[in-house]
Design a protein around this ligand. Structure first.
Ligand SMILES: [Zn+2]
Length: 177
């Protein structure tokens, strides 16, 4: 397959019915994004997007109003895996920065950290959460709420609280008493 015959299929949004074919070398700035072109619909996870000129398609159609200015101009399009030859899809993907991982919530990170390192001192847990980008204000609401919901249990260690996952054994012992 020579460079000129490589074709990428694109849609305006992942849910668009219209699909257009573009030469691979006309696909500009591929990147992962959870915001689609046109209507700025938000996807639940990042999808592969790129920019194309609105009039450079080889065939097919694309949802495109021209309301962003006079044609021709660049539009943001979605490159859907199932529309494309796997080799071509990988070629576009490899030109983009690596796909970002979904960031975990403060609660999810806390469960994971405590699960790995219990019992963990409060200040150490807060430090670990801060390293993952969670703010002090947020964690000072999230951690007590998790304790109230029995997702975390605490014991006192000197001046600090120590966090653990509530153990089944401890709960059983308590109900036996
Ligand atoms: Zn246009």
């Amino acid at each position: 397959m020579n460079e000129g015959s490589k074709v990428v299929k694109v849609r305006r949004q992942m849910t668009s019915y219209l699909i257009a074919s573009y030469p691979l070398d006309s696909i500009r700035r591929p990147h992962w994004s959870d915001v689609s072109g046109g209507v700025y619909a938000r996807a639940p996870q990042p999808l592969l997007h790129a920019y194309v000129m609105c009039d450079e398609m080889l065939e097919g159609e694309i949802d495109h109003s021209g309301e962003h200015g006079p044609c021709p101009h660049e539009i943001k399009v979605c490159i859907v895996k199932k529309d494309n030859d796997p080799e071509i899809y990988d070629e576009v993907k490899s030109a983009a920065e690596p796909r970002p991982e979904r960031r975990l919530s403060c609660r999810e990170d806390a469960l994971r950290i405590v699960g790995e390192r219990q019992p963990i001192l409060g200040p150490v847990l807060r430090w670990e959460l801060e390293l993952r980008g969670h703010g002090q204000r947020n964690m000072s609401q999230v951690l007590p709420r998790m304790v109230r919901k029995h997702e975390l249990s605490t014991t006192r260690s000197g001046h600090s609280l120590q966090y653990s996952l509530p153990s089944e054994k401890a709960n059983n012992t308590k109900s036996d008493e």
